[in-house]
Design a protein around this ligand. Structure first.
Ligand code: PEP
Length: 227
């Protein structure tokens, strides 16, 4: 059983939700399927058979934080998961490891499963171990039963370039050594219906986080069914 997560980013619309629900509801699988649409579309997923996640949350439940999304309300409107620390949030919205950790704590408090994104940038490739060490440090020794780590090398996101299967296995082994062997770890970065099967068979990979290909319901349906 694998975990297959769709990250729509700031894409999609009501029409795509309808097509997506129709196609993915027809998929029979024991995999855990999670779709993370833009927050404005979450209410359109009422008839979805599988799980909904948010792409981000704030670290407070309520207050004068115009434009932010409360983890408490995300839970209330049906989210089971939340992505935290995506590289786009880190790069564009200046989220650092302290903020990522505070968001994780808020998600935990509200009973949301966190998908914590970690991964090195292109110029950090040679030094990936120190990057991942830094990004996982605060989580070490915590109760991570409700936490999934997604290894997303930033140089692979949206580029079509993926690490070798050996590299993915090596990095996930390193992460699990830090956060615990039983903690779920996903791979994310340019996953599509062609490369997903091999990635999902890769030693240590508990699932995949998919951006671009998750906006194509037929392609996402194929990956969702893989074992
Ligand atoms: C992502 O941004 O989380 C991602 C994995 O994107 P893509 O699949 O498009 O590389």
């Amino acid at each position: 059983m694998k975990i297959v997560v769709a990250n729509w980013k700031m894409n999609g619309d009501c029409d795509l939700v309808s097509t997506f629900i129709e196609k993915i509801n027809a998929v029979t699988t024991t995999n855990t399927i999670v779709v993370c649409p833009p927050v404005a579309l979450i209410g359109q997923f009422k008839d979805f058979r599988y799980s909904i996640g948010a792409q981000n949350c704030f670290y407070e439940d309520k207050g004068a934080f115009t434009g932010e999304n409360s983890p408490k309300l995300l839970k209330e409107v049906g989210c089971e998961y939340v992505i935290i620390g995506h590289s786009e949030r880190r790069a564009i919205f200046n989220e650092n490891d302290d903020i990522v950790f505070k968001k994780w704590e808020a998600a935990q408090k509200n009973g949301l499963s966190s998908i914590v994104c970690i991964g090195e940038k292109a110029d950090e490739r040679a030094d990936w171990k120190s990057v991942l060490q830094r990004q996982t440090e605060k989580f070490i020794g915590k109760n991570l039963g409700n936490t999934i780590f997604a290894y997303e090398p930033v140089w692979s996101i949206g580029t079509g370039v993926i690490p070798t299967l050996g590299e993915i296995a090596e990095v996930l082994t390193f992460i699990k050594t830090k956060v615990g062997e039983s903690t779920c770890c996903l791979y994310g970065g340019s996953v599509n219906a062609t490369n997903a099967e091999n990635i999902l068979r890769c030693n240590k990979v508990d699932g995949v986080l998919i951006g671009g290909a998750s906006l194509k319901p037929d392609e996402f349906a194929k990956i969702a069914m893989m074992v």
